[in-house]
Design a protein around this ligand. Structure first.
Ligand code: GUN
Length: 294
């Protein structure tokens, strides 16, 4: 069994991004800049937003932080997004999800200029992805593909079973893996799937993205399978300094012994997601610069 280390793969990604960022700054005289908008004070969201800021700083990217109160109106949020759309010094815009329940996430995402949609959540980005056109690809699926490539894991002709059908992970991953060039046969399972274990047992590559701690047990995994754990779940742990610890969707301790490759949590896919956000931000800045000089 080999551990697929997000730390190791993201280190290689950051090294490449460092070089490309230096070249970008040399050519254009400014740094790629990401604006992150957070509504409310959910601790997990605050922690993700902090990590994104740190990644920007480590690469020398520009970074702007906007925090709106939990009871802000939809219109207040939309006006921040519109201002960022119009600001030529901002190249990537990310509105941290989930939004408070009184807000319409779809309307907010649709308002983001698709050229600055570094999350790849805009319907135009998702549509392009589905038909195989170049576009911003959402960061977690892109991170999973980058890890598969790094460890030279073949997807052609393989049966990939994805547990979870979210717009952020399950659906885009399915679209990417079935694309020509990746050539996987993809099954997407969800909460209403009958006899889930009988399907996951047939997976050459099993990807879990449902957000249920330790849901994937050894009896659900084929001997020698590749197991990718996208879940990042906080569970209470009085012994831990922060009172909680992070676990994946996969019961790592029992599953790892009979797979060929597995991603840990933490230190797996989660680290890759932020590296891919940085990659998308550099790409957005490059494409916007090319548009300006046309
Ligand atoms: N919430 C959880 N993951 C993500 C992500 O990738 N992007 C945004 N905007 N919000 C998230």
């Amino acid at each position: 069994m080999q551990v697929m280390s997000g730390k190791e793969v993201s280190k290689a990604v950051y090294e490449e991004l460092h070089t490309r960022t230096e070249a970008f700054v040399q050519t254009h005289g400014y740094a790629p800049t990401l604006a992150v908008v957070l509504v409310g004070n959910d601790p997990a969201s605050q922690s993700y937003v902090n990590s994104k800021k740190k990644a920007c700083l480590s690469l020398g990217f520009g970074h702007q932080d906007y925090t709106l109160a939990q009871d802000s109106t939809q219109e207040e949020l939309l006006s921040v997004v519109r201002r960022l759309n119009a600001d030529s010094t901002v190249h990537g815009i990310l509105v941290q999800l989930p939004l408070p329940s009184h807000m319409d996430s779809e309307a907010v995402i649709e308002t983001i200029d698709q050229h600055k949609d570094v999350d790849g959540f805009h319907p135009m980005s998702v549509g392009k992805l589905l038909i195989g056109l170049p576009t911003f690809v959402s960061c977690t699926p892109l991170g999973v593909l980058t890890m598969l490539d790094h460890y030279k894991i073949e997807t052609s002709g393989k049966h990939v079973v994805i547990v979870g059908r979210s717009n952020i992970v399950g659906k885009p991953l399915a679209a990417l893996l079935m694309q020509k060039g990746r050539d996987a046969t993809v099954t997407v399972c969800h909460s209403r799937t009958a006899d889930l274990a009988s399907l996951t047992m047939t997976a050459d590559i099993l990807i879990s993205a449902i957000g249920k701690p330790l849901f994937i047990q050894p009896s659900m995994v084929k001997e020698g399978a590749v197991v990718i754990d996208v879940g990042i779940n906080r569970i209470e742990d009085p012994a831990a300094k922060r009172g909680y610890r992070l676990v994946g969707d996969v019961d790592y301790d029992t599953v790892s012994s009979h797979c060929s490759f597995i991603t840990p949590v933490p230190g797996g896919v989660g680290v890759m997601t932020i590296a891919m956000l940085m990659k998308n931000t550099l790409q957005a800045a490059s494409l916007l610069a090319a548009k300006d000089t046309k």
